[in-house]
Write a protein that binds this ligand. Structure first.
Ligand SMILES: [Zn+2]
Ligand SMILES: [Zn+2]
Length: 353
């Protein structure tokens, strides 16, 4: 079967072509279906902001390795014991690319996100077929299309944010970064009653999408003084919650300054792994009592992500689609930053009408 792999490590935007990372559509064997497994014929897999980081080597993988974790598809085979959730052949599904072992210390301690064996089942989503354990698979609501369904995993990230920040109605919130995760977060924060909801994002089209999704204020961090704008919007108090989904070195040092006293600073993007944030502990931890946290993967979030999907405006995320044979063009388009989200159609006969 066809599957998109990273075949050479490196930045996809490296001006030196000999150092540039490369993806290719390879022919690989299908995985066997175990007794508790579900075989999915993949419809769509969307490109995640972390996929180019993976190609740069951020997760320590050695090429060739498979890519993709934001998947929707249709069940084509069920193991004889994969019957505990009522999944049926032909069900339209999405799910979690990670299988938590349920046995290690963290899984037994309510902290699945640190599962010591989660990676063992990680299989490439940009593939014609995918075999997942039953526990990873969730049936899509009837009103959600397969195109929208591949956004279940990004939506689970938003559910995780909400668990982490435990929002209070009326809280003032700034989202740093208007990529797909930031834009989904804006929608959910609006539902949760955020006020002075602000996005800081350099790309105009993304700021306009944030506005469409409910942002009250838009900041262009390149042209505007972010601190001055934040103080103006919050009457000099700062935001109760600041959520960073930009992963930008240029954005990070400002974030503690615009977080209100007693507020939460949630740094959820993948920053470069050699980046250290300078932080004045006297001011921000002692005097201002900030809670500084982050999120890694999304434990206990998928059932609620499924329930949330029909309430999300996903239309702007599903308009750019490449075929599984167009891997290079799809990733080129991803790193161009021109599109908010890019989908890969892995089986043409499953295209949404
Ligand atoms: Zn992702
Ligand atoms: Zn575990």
């Amino acid at each position: 079967m066809k599957s998109i792999h990273c075949v050479k490590l490196g930045s996809l935007t490296d001006p030196d072509e000999s150092k540039r990372g490369r993806v290719a559509t390879l022919e690989i064997p299908e995985d066997p279906v175990g007794a508790e497994d579900v075989k999915i014929k993949v419809a769509y897999c969307s490109i995640c902001g972390s996929d180019p980081h993976n190609i740069e080597g951020a997760f320590g993988n050695t090429p060739p390795f498979g890519l993709g974790h934001e998947v929707s598809g249709v069940i084509v085979e069920l193991g004889e014991r994969a019957t505990r959730k009522g999944l049926k052949l032909g069900d339209r599904v999405a799910g979690n690319f990670l299988r938590f072992c349920g046995t290690c210390y963290y899984c037994r301690n309510g902290q699945e996100q640190f599962c010591e064996h989660a990676d063992e089942s990680n299989r490439p989503g940009f593939s014609e077929y995918l075999v997942w354990h039953e526990s990873q698979v969730f049936k899509l609501p009837d009103e959600v299309t397969l195109k929208q369904g591949c956004l279940t995993e990004p939506t689970s990230v938003i559910v995780r944010f909400m668990d982490k920040i435990a929002p209070k109605i009326g809280m003032r919130v700034l989202v740093s970064g208007g990529g797909p995760i930031g834009l989904l977060a804006i929608q959910a924060l609006k539902m949760m009653g955020a006020t002075a909801l602000t996005v800081s994002e350099p790309i105009e089209e993304r700021r306009q999408l944030a506005k469409r999704f409910g942002a009250d204020f838009l900041i262009d961090p390149v042209r505007e003084d972010v601190y001055a704008a934040a103080m103006r919007i919050t009457d000099g108090l700062g935001y109760d919650v600041v959520l960073d989904v930009s992963g930008a070195r240029s954005a990070a040092p400002m974030l503690p300054r615009i977080t209100a006293k007693g507020g939460i600073l949630c740094l959820s993007a993948m920053f470069p792994n050699d980046y250290d944030l300078p932080l004045n502990l006297y001011t921000y931890c002692y005097r201002n009592e900030l809670t500084i946290t982050g999120t890694y993967i999304s434990p206990y979030a998928f059932p609620r992500a499924m329930q949330l999907l029909p309430r999300m405006d996903l239309e702007p995320f599903t308009s750019v689609v490449y075929g599984i044979d167009e891997s290079e063009a799809a990733f080129e388009a991803q790193v161009s930053g021109k599109h908010v989200k890019i989908l890969v159609l892995c089986n043409a006969d499953l295209a949404d009408k």
